[in-house]
Ligand binder design. Sequence first.
Ligand SMILES: Nc1ncnc2c1ncn2[C@@H]1O[C@H](COP(=O)(O)OP(=O)(O)OP(=O)(O)O)[C@@H](O)[C@H]1O
Length: 293
Amino acid sequence: MTPDLMEAGARRAETAKAAAASGKTESGGRAAGFARPVHAGDVDTSHGRILYLEDVSVSFDGFRAINRLSLDIAPGELRCVIGPNGAGKTTMMDIITGKTRPDSGTVFFGSTIDLLRYKEAQIAQLGIGRKFQKPTVFEQLTVFENLELALKTDKGVGASVFHKLDSAQSDRLAHVLRTIHLQAAVNRLAGTLSHGQKQWLEIGMLLMQDPKLLLLDEPVAGMTDDETERTAELFLSLKDQHSLMVVEHDMGFIKTISDGTKVTVLHEGSVLAEGPLDAVQNDERVIEVYLGR
Ligand SMILES: Nc1ncnc2c1ncn2[C@@H]1O[C@H](COP(=O)(O)OP(=O)(O)OP(=O)(O)O)[C@@H](O)[C@H]1O
């Protein structure tokens, strides 16, 4: 982490601890990560970063899958991550979401939330949604019911099925349905949807929880050209309100969604190159290890 962030974060931590000890706590914002449970709305992005990894390493049986990895993502950014098989892309997402603990390094959500202090389920609650490659919708439920089930509830899955939506939740569900273009399929069983539609439904289920950051692993694998194009439109419509990290091998898709913004190339567990797609595509090292295969 950069010294200014470290210092600012440490100062806020001390202030929050002192305030908590004296009973005078601030509501939300900068104190939130330390003095009380954190909610998604409390992510402090005032330093221009929603996700910050520095010097992160993890080894499996002596093999360094992630090797001193550093990268950061701005609020509202759509970051594409590319790289050869085994570069560490999935492991990086596993670390961000708490599935894998790094051996060393720093992983922050905003400038105050140290993700290494939280468990996987808590990280999801903090506002980091993850979409795995294979769709995992409830095939026996309708599109509507899948989205309804994904609503935030403290009462557990069983209660949420029978939970009547309030008007804000109904509005949210309608908004998500429009965003993922599944209004016409709202009463269809998810099992009858096409592969692409299932993927969009699962993205919709994540959106129901209003994540600040979405991690998407090979979202267009197995999609038709038309579905891939619609997915690109969907992602472009999501950026700005959400930050997205998209791992993909489909370069045509990357070209459409990166739209001149920064692309990160991972290789052997660290960043090999970073910049606009044109620049990384012309980088000799990238051609050698990835594009020239
Ligand atoms: N739990 C684990 N135990 C042992 N080795 C692992 C484990 N997880 C990942 N690895 C190894 O770490 C390296 C990075 O794997 P990872 O799946 O993160 O790469 P990737 O960039 O996502 O690859 P792909 O594009 O094929 O999905 C690989 O060599 C993999 O075999």
